[in-house]
Design a protein around this ligand. Structure first.
Ligand code: WT7
Length: 634
């Protein structure tokens, strides 16, 4: 049985999967033939998970923007590449054809060069969801600069940490951004971040909201003025090695500050394209709408690079799902006749809560495929999505992956492989999952559970954590020998379908945003008077997980509510609004072992509302503290 690039039947999936395991190099080299390489690779794959050292398509030369833009000009010059829906539905949309996007990317690439950006330099991008964000990302890639996009919801401190870690020379931002009824002062936040970031020499500022901003002479320049200086927009692409860095994207782990996940040019391009085309069963001419922000990996891989490398029309939305009302997504689907919709369970659960009035009356008949990503989807939300949005006619792909994997690893393939509510189902071709127990022994057979690992590299696997390779090894490759450890737990049902049950480490998933408990604790501890804190997740109807903080405070506690607000503000300042605790409980002590380790298991149970069966508490230094915490539960 043979199979095509885009698998078209269950048999083809099975054949592709079999080939990908038996002959991974043969499989991926045939896939990689479908791209524009300036020079073909010498070796398909070179790897070990011990260092780790992973190289795909070594010796290959390419530029990903030639694959996303130039190669489509012959046949798709006038087809929309990006369709942009502004925050305010009364404002005008923007449509950029492939020809126009190519022109704008090349033009802005010149702006970067004119401002001193060179191949290998790191560029921080902190922008709202406007077409210029995609243009900035692609312009970096055009000249071989490494982009580090920071989500617009992060604080000045978080940006500063990221800028300093990557030693960025340049920042691209906007005066502000519109989000629903709010205006977010992005440039002002950047100004604060730059007080402690001397590596930054230039800031390029897009005018979006026309709010007043301070422009520092010699450092800050306006996007539009710089564009006007470009005489000739011709910009040949920098020819990159397959393993040259394409971007850094920071993400939270169970310890310390966020780490810069590094992805490289060749493998990333191949894998995001392959998975985009297959998982969603993309058809030429489709209008594809992913509701994520480009500040997260979903936006990198499945708003920008995957769809554009496939010559698709990708819809970018500036606003939020609930403004002007909770029908906004469905209105957009209706307005643009969206064929493929990719969103997050948290959005579905939130919109469910507003009722069907916002869905009824919208024409959703253009939809052919639905997708979800970011967290486990509960069955209720899955069925609501299936019944009311897909009208039971659209397959739903439940795509499991991570910042570190850069592309979908486990998912059904729309309409091709069987779907099962709340299950990511089967691995994609090239992906070899394995479940292990605590000791690292393989959990064989079906109807089992364990920690989810992957035993063989795929083209877009994380290469390193920027500036700290040892951290990458420790985090992902040291827990279990010769395995990539995902940090997730999973069940495998009788048919071999995977169901991801959530993180088994100290990482929270709040509204699909990944947040480390240690990060939140560090932020809380910065508040004056806080002696110590412990943060755990608890089930939250809409967010998936909420943040529950236990805080020991030494000082005036006359106005506890005011104090709580103060702590919440501190977290917002240090990390960003996305990490604000939902609940704060003041305690006189934390349950610790004799060696001083906080027993989070107990706190997690209390936060979840389970107060009777707390397990063994005899190893605690002070068992009485548990009673107090139980009684004070919020
Ligand atoms: C973590 C990765 C993948 C891009 C967005 C999030 C959880 C992701 C699913 C899913 C169950 C999921 C996992 C994973 N997750 N997709 N379909 N079902 N859980 O990327 O911020 O790197 O977070 O999100 O726990 O480890 P991320």
């Amino acid at each position: 049985m043979s199979y095509s690039y885009q698998v078209k039947s269950l048999e083809e999936y099975n054949a592709a999967y079999k080939k990908s395991v038996e002959d991974p190099e043969g499989f991926w080299s045939a896939i990689a033939e479908n791209f524009l390489w300036r020079k073909k690779w010498d070796k398909v794959l070179n790897w070990n998970f011990t260092e780790p050292s992973i190289k795909w398509f070594e010796g290959g030369k390419l530029n990903i923007t030639e694959n996303c833009l130039d190669r489509h000009l012959a046949t798709k010059a006038d087809q929309p590449a990006i369709v942009w829906e502004p925050n305010d539905p009364k404002d005008n949309k923007v449509v950029l054809t492939y020809k126009e996007l190519h022109f704008k990317v090349c033009q802005f690439a010149h702006v970067l060069k004119n401002n001193g950006v060179k191949k290998g330099d790191r560029v921080c991008i902190y922008m709202p969801m406007v077409p210029e964000l995609a243009i900035a990302v692609l312009a970096c890639a055009r000249i071989g600069a490494i982009h580090s996009v920071v989500f617009g919801g992060f604080s000045a401190q978080s940006i500063a940490d990221r800028i300093q870690d990557a030693q960025c020379s340049t920042v691209i931002t906007a005066d502000g951004g519109f989000r629903g009824s709010k205006v977010i002062p992005l440039k002002a936040v950047i100004d604060d971040a730059l007080i402690s970031s001397p590596s930054v020499k230039k800031v390029i500022v897009l005018s979006r909201t026309h709010i007043p901003v301070s422009m520092i002479n010699g450092r800050d320049v306006w996007w539009s003025e710089e564009i006007n200086k470009v005489q000739n927009a011709d910009c040949p692409a920098e020819i990159m090695d397959s393993e040259d860095m394409l971007f850094i994207l920071y993400t939270s782990g169970s310890t310390g500050k966020p780490k810069g996940v590094v992805h490289t040019c060749g493998g990333y391009m191949v894998y995001t394209n392959y998975t985009f085309v297959n998982v969603f069963q993309y058809q030429p001419g489709d209008i594809y709408f992913c509701t994520a922000d480009i500040g997260w990996i979903t936006g990198h891989s499945y708003i920008v690079y995957g769809p554009l490398s496939a010559g698709a029309t990708t819809l970018m939305f500036e606003g939020i799902p609930t403004w002007p009302d909770a029908g906004r997504f469905w209105e957009i689907v209706d307005k643009y006749k969206v064929n493929i919709l990719y969103t997050a369970p948290t959005a579905i659960r939130s919109l469910m809560g507003f009722g069907l009035d916002f869905v009824n009356g919208k024409n959703l008949s253009s939809l052919r495929v639905l997708g979800t990503v970011g967290e486990p989807i509960n069955e209720e939300a899955w069925h609501w999505y299936d019944d009311n949005i897909g009208k039971k006619k659209c397959p739903i792909v439940d795509t499991w992956w991570q910042t570190e994997t850069a592309g979908v690893l486990i998912s059904n393939i729309a309409g091709i492989t069987p779907q099962k509510p709340a299950h990511a189902t089967l691995p994609l071709p090239g992906i070899q999952p394995i479940l292990v127990d605590e000791k690292g022994d393989e959990v064989k057979g079906n109807g089992v559970s364990g920690n989810l690992c992957i035993k063989f590299p795929w083209p877009s696997i994380i290469r390193t954590t920027y500036g700290d390779h040892e951290r990458c090894r420790q985090n992902y490759f040291a827990t279990y020998k010769n395995l990539y450890f995902t940090g997730d737990g999973a069940l495998r049902d009788e048919q071999g379908n995977y169901r991801i049950t959530g993180r088994v480490d100290d990482v929270l998933n709040v509204s699909g945003h990944r947040i480390g408990t240690a990060e939140v604790e560090n932020a809380i501890n910065m508040h004056t008077g806080v002696v110590e804190s412990a943060v755990v997740g608890y089930p939250h109807d809409i967010k998936g997980q909420g943040i529950y903080a236990f805080v020991i405070f030494n000082g005036n506690m006359d106005d506890k509510e005011l104090l709580k607000h103060g702590i919440v503000q501190t977290v917002a300042k240090v990390i960003g609004a996305i990490a604000k605790p939902d609940k704060i409980q003041f305690v006189s002590g934390l349950p610790k072992t004799r060696s001083g380790k906080i027993m989070r298991r107990i706190l997690r149970k209390i936060a979840e509302g389970e107060t009777s069966n707390l397990g063994d508490t005899t190893t605690l230094l002070d068992p009485a503290v548990v009673e107090e915490i139980k009684n004070g539960r919020i």
